[in-house]
Design a protein around this ligand. Sequence first.
Ligand SMILES: [Zn+2]
Length: 251
Amino acid sequence: MSITVKLLRVYQADRQIRGLRGRVQAAERFLGQHERNLAELDAKRASLKAQSRQLQATLHNDEAEIAGLDERITKLREQLNAATTNKQYTALLTEVNTFKADKAVVEERTLESMARLEEVAGALAEIEKQRAELVKLRDHAAAERDARATEIKDRLTELEAERAIAAADVPPDVMSDYEAETELRDEDVMASIEEMDRKRMEYCCSACQVLLPMDVVSTSINGGTICRCPSCRAFLYIEESTRDAAIPSKR
Ligand SMILES: [Zn+2]
């Protein structure tokens, strides 16, 4: 078995491993999106809850203020009833009216707070509904991700073992070149040599479609040392059918 064929076994295992991992990664991304949506909603929810607490505190203070004003108005009214002079009566009445005006202002504010509180409660209820839906979606996505991870686990272990065996069979220097190239590109680390025109001996790299020099083609056809595409640096291999067709004696 030539080095190229040995390397091809590694490459094929790598492609299958990447394909399997890709299925989990897609589920992972989907789950991540749901988690981000949920976090966004939770931030809105926290902000609304804080608003609600603040409004309730304001409302509570205003109600206490109204009670205080009521108390003073009641006292003044008692004094008003007991007033003996007109001047005294007028002064007390002015004071009562001032407190009543103050009370009206606070009451107005209370109504506003209550209306706002109702709005916030409505928005919160809507968010809780959305949240329940999102949690369902998120949990579903998490289960899907877990299911896919479980689904590929055995096959992945198998492929990784196959890959390790295949890699051990490839000379270390070729293997490290291959690993370095894999770091640079996900796809097409290996590319086949494609026949363009047999009579004119024109062959190209399937990854970049660039015409390959004759010496590269003949080395590959003869199953010699590992060849790389001079243009895109892919490791080249030749399909048996292409090679057989290229060797006149075999035709
Ligand atoms: Zn190429």
